[in-house]
Design a protein around this ligand. Structure first.
Ligand code: PMP
Length: 326
């Protein structure tokens, strides 16, 4: 879907270089730009790490040629790895908690991967454990471990950060991104802060998630419908560095749901719940900067829209709030 003006040899050549588009609801004097990651061939931000991590592991020999990649994933990472694995001659197995969207699991299957479900109540922790058990049964398998592998951060440091920096001629004042593994925020933020030491960095999570506890805040745990971001078990989120972020913002599902619908209706953006949560948090940073409540090194806020709403239509994202299944 990316608009490359020349013929390309492989679908892998269409990963990255996604468009950066203005969020229309932002104040004029502090614009917000969103990186539209659904333009990747697997239609999410996770294509970046799928390709980057597999290439790095094949190069280092950690993953033998023709070996197997096994990953616990909420779905998009599986699709990202599956797109790359198919083209790089690697087998792929994904362990997915049942609650995640059926569209994602269907796509992983279509890309030639094997999908194994774990009970919803065991959470990501259960999926991680099962992935390691499976890897032990094979001798050429590797578990990339997106939740702890520095290559996840590095992919965004090497690709997403520079793309944003170049598109805005280095004039980035704040970065705002929802954290699943936190790879997107940490990698992009690290690159951009090297070029603007006072860069304001905001992590986003749904209300009920526990990233805020890592900043010493006493937040209550609860379930949430927003998909792809948040944590119930901060010990698994090894890539998140609480020292690096200025703030963690919690967005209630109800606000996220309304913003998802507003973005479609008013801005033509068919993006999913994590994008909507990012949008609200980024707009808030921009409004506070416009009101002089926070100082940014540049009057410009950047966020990420990680994937498209089309992947969640079966969950009723565009219906009433009560009909939306998380
Ligand atoms: N949004 C969606 C829809 C995702 O699938 C993910 C990845 N889990 C994220 C946001 C968060 O990205 P990261 O893992 O880099 O923090």
């Amino acid at each position: 879907m990316t608009t490359h003006g020349r013929p390309l040899d492989s679908v892998l050549d269409t990963i990255g270089e996604t468009p950066l588009v203005r969020v229309q609801a932002a104040p004029n004097d502090v614009p917000v730009y969103a990186k539209l990651e659904s333009f990747n061939p697997g239609a999410s931000v996770k294509d970046r790490i799928g390709l980057y991590m597999l290439e790095a592991m094949l190069e280092s020999g950690e993953l033998p040629a023709g070996g197997t990649v096994i990953e616990p994933t909420a779905g998009n990472t599986g699709i990202g790895f599956a797109v790359a694995a198919g083209q790089l001659g690697v087998d792929a197995v994904f362990v997915v908690p049942e609650r995640f969207s059926v569209e994602k699991q269907t796509l992983m299957d279509a890309l030639g991967a094997e999908v194994i479900n774990t009970p919803t109540e065991d959470g990501m922790g259960g999926a991680i454990q099962r992935a390691h058990e499976l890897a032990e049964e094979l001798d050429d398998a590797v578990v990339p471990q997106q939740f702890s592998n520095p290559l996840n951060v590095e992919a965004h440091y090497e690709l997403t950060g520079p793309e944003i920096h170049d598109a805005l001629d280095g004039e980035v004042g704040a970065v705002v991104a929802g954290c699943g593994t936190a790879g997107t925020l940490m990698g992009t933020g690290r690159y951009l802060r090297e070029h603007a030491p006072d860069l304001h960095v905001t992590a986003v999570e749904p209300s009920g998630s526990l990233y805020s506890r890592m900043l010493g805040r006493d937040v209550e745990e609860g379930s949430y419908k927003t998909e792809g971001i948040g944590t119930h078990d901060p010990a698994t989120n090894e890539l998140f560095d609480p020292e690096f972020v200025d703030d963690v913002v919690q967005i209630p599902d109800r606000d996220t749901h309304a913003e998802m619908q507003r973005l479609a209706r008013e801005e033509g953006q068919l993006v999913a719940s994590s994008s909507a949560a990012n949008s609200l948090a980024a707009l808030d940073v921009a409004e506070r900067a416009a009101a002089g409540e926070i100082d940014l090194p540049h009057d410009c806020v950047v966020t990420v829209f990680p994937d498209s709403s089309e992947r969640y239509l079966s969950k009723g994202v565009y219906g009433d709030y009560e009909e939306w299944e998380g």
